[in-house]
Design a binder for this molecule. Structure first.
Ligand code: PLP
Length: 378
């Protein structure tokens, strides 16, 4: 019997030259959280993102968000406004610092932070004499958030923005790359992201001093002395030189990966948009998504579950959209400004297999299951 292989939501996709860079690390014995691959990977990212930017390679995207908040002097008791519709890693670092998250719902055009709700929340906090210390906005599933609107509000009230671009490397907003649109951007190179170092992240800033401070904090905050001298709390958050080697290889194929993911989206959309009970998230004018994950919104929880379970039956991984942070038990009791949009997406939305390594056969297998389920559903 021919056994079918499992189809994953988003799995690592090596380009070929990763092994060479990793072998270099072994050959030169730079098996450490510093070395030529770390410098090289940072340089590759800098060249890609624009030379006015500075990049610190770190151990994860979560570490990058933690350091970003620390660089913005977020500390105990401060309030931080955070997109509710996201992965928990966007919000957890707020708690690491003893600060208080306040969650902001999404708008319908991009599924990301709603600018109107953001301003309502800021006004509310100012009335209570609690000026928020930072805003964390997220380009979810690769779709840029409305950066002009968010940045204008942030500027009006003088609150810095941390741009969670973990899912959006390669996406652009009016021709500017995601990760470079705000005060501090972050990237993730986790195994499921558009490119990977198996685990890793980066912090992006326009300030050389901030980059240097991020590297200082990520390497245990050692002061300049012959012995180990510390006047601030440090972290062990630097990227390994072995893993940075994987990143250098992955940077060579980033553009191809974006093309492949966008092709997946177009395949699903072309073949499924005739069904009235399925919706896709279109790109607004000027928005370019890397289409990290193709998401659909069905017209009911029942249909979403039918599709998910039918796919699972055929050993195909799919997943409900992110459960909003304001609904998560761990964030129970924190203030939130909501409009029903993220709750509706969580109820009816499904992430489809979206890896850049899916074959035409894989995509057709997924499509067949979905089509059969939709026809049977009528
Ligand atoms: C993956 C991800 C992160 C965290 O990145 P890690 O490298 O896994 O720590 C943060 N935010 C979002 C939106 C993510 O998808």
């Amino acid at each position: 019997m021919l056994t079918k292989t499992k189809i994953y939501l988003s799995s690592p996709h090596m380009g070929g030259s990763e092994r060479k860079f990793v072998a270099d690390a072994f050959d030169t014995n730079w098996v450490a959280p510093l070395g030529p691959n770390v410098d090289g990977f940072e340089n590759d990212l800098k060249n890609y993102l624009g030379n006015e930017k500075y990049v610190a390679a770190l151990s994860s995207g979560t570490a990058a968000i933690h350091l970003a908040l620390e660089l913005l002097n977020v500390s105990k008791g401060d309030e931080v406004l955070c997109q509710s519709f996201t992965f928990s890693a966007s919000a957890n670092p707020i708690l690491y610092l003893g600060a208080t998250p306040i969650f902001i719902d999404s708008e319908a055009d991009t599924w990301n932070m709603c600018p109107e709700l953001l301003e309502i929340a800021i006004k509310d906090r100012l009335e209570k004499n609690n000026k928020p210390k930072a805003i964390i906005a997220v380009h979810l599933y690769g779709m840029p958030y409305k950066a002009n609107e968010i940045n204008a509000i942030a500027k009006k009230y003088d609150i810095p923005v941390v741009e969670d671009s973990a899912e959006a490397l390669g996406s652009t907003y009016f021709d500017k790359l995601c990760g470079t649109l705000s005060d501090i951007g972050i990237l993730s190179f986790n195994g499921n992201k558009i490119i990977t170092t198996s685990g890793g992240g980066a912090l992006i800033t326009s300030s050389r001093a901030l980059k240097d401070k991020a590297v200082f904090l990520s390497t245990q905050a050692r002061d300049n002395a012959p012995h180990y001298e510390h006047s601030s709390v440090g972290y062990n958050y630097r990227m390994s030189n072995v893993l940075a080697g994987i990143g250098r290889g992955q940077m060579e194929v980033l553009d191809e990966r974006v093309c492949a993911r966008r092709k997946n989206y177009n395949f699903y959309k072309t073949n499924l948009s005739k069904y009235k009970n399925i919706e896709f998230l279109e790109e607004p004018q000027g928005f370019f998504s890397n289409r990290w994950i193709t998401c659909i919104k069905t017209d009911s929880y029942a249909l979403r579950e039918k599709l998910r379970l039918a796919l699972l039956q055929d050993d195909i991984e799919s997943r409900p959209l992110w459960k909003p942070m304001h609904m998560q038990p761990v964030f129970n009791g924190y203030l939130h400004f909501t409009n029903g949009i993220s709750e509706d997406l969580f109820e009816k939305g499904l992430c489809l297999p979206s890896g850049s390594n899916l074959s035409e056969g894989d995509l057709n297998r997924v499509l067949n299951i979905i089509t059969k389920t939709l026809i049977y559903d009528k």
